[in-house]
Design a protein. Sequence first.
Length: 424
Amino acid sequence: MQQHKDQSDGEPSTVTNANANANANANGAKYKYDCNIPTLRSSCHRVRQPTKAKKIQNNEPQPKRTSTTRGASSASSSSTTSSTISASTNVNGENGTMLPASIRKVEHIPYDTTKHDFNRAIILFLKSLDPTIVGDFRETENDNKIENGDDDNTVKGNFEHFCDSKTKPNGDETQQQFQSLSLQVPTLENFEVPIQSLKKKSKRGILLAQDHLSQAMYDCFFGESKNSSSTSKSKEHSNVNNENGGGDSSSSNSGSSKTSLSSSIVDTFDDFVTQLIIPHLKSRLIKNNIIPESSTVKFYYQRPPTLRIQPGPARARVNRHKDKDYGHQNGELNFWIPLTNRLDTGVDLYVESIEDKGDYEPLKTDVGYASSFFGSGCSHFVNENKSQFTRVSLDFRVGIEPFFDPVWSKIGTRDDHLRRCIEM
């Protein structure tokens, strides 16, 4: 198979700006994104150069020893310990922090988009942000009117109805009326990011729009300033060590701060992870003879998830990388949820099947599916968005006991990822 080569973020576009802008305007998009940053994202890992003294320290994850993982027999004659192993030697004879090969394989998990309505939740979230910083939804032919000529007030009422009804027709609506109404609801593919938002940085060297997006997402889940006296680290500690979930947003968001907006995105995500992803992940562990069926396992899921917005037409791409280079562990699994149609944007996530094999294949994940892959060890990248549409996705990671060390952090990195512990 042909190898995909990294493109330098500074490499000039093969299409002139004039031609690209002409094409973009013809297709309804205003901008040609010729900057070297492909996406806005709500969280990230940052790498700092460690000092020479720190470089020589042993800074590797140290997962707890456990008796819940099946594998080769122990030297003990005990019937309990003879059928279990510690995290230091798993069933594949790999390093104790490494997920078993059967779990690292790519898997596509279908979900009910009505029950887990990420589309509605993210539209409401984006609508709440400053449009001059993060962006706004592009007006289309059906945004301001429908066939019978409704005025702007009617359109506004229809959008509010969408917010309240979760895009489902009620008993007083015909299917035809509902379909006409839905034409006026913004679509994530038509979300526009201002060009300067992918260029302008704060004094800390972080994109201003990314800061805004990150703070807004944090506020939804925790209802307080990310930079307040209750720091991210103390909140992270609460999330990781509370076996019943930790950092419960229902207690953090009190009174008026507990808005329908935060309820929508928080409830949608938490329900998705706790009702679908973690039960499915545990069933995989049992099916692959990694844990006994009767065992209880701790899962550490990233919360909030990372929202990524990749507008087009653009020349920049997310270059090849392994997440462990940015502070992630071999004991966690990535989950990727595309919220826009890959056929519209031409954008996909390319992942190698085995670490360092280089056989990159697109996941081809459609809306209504979540794909899991081993992003810590397997290199992956996202191609450039040459379309006039915007690519939007959510992603998060789940650390799995006993392969994941919840208190470890890689020297020389700083991250925005908090975690909640679920025992199942």
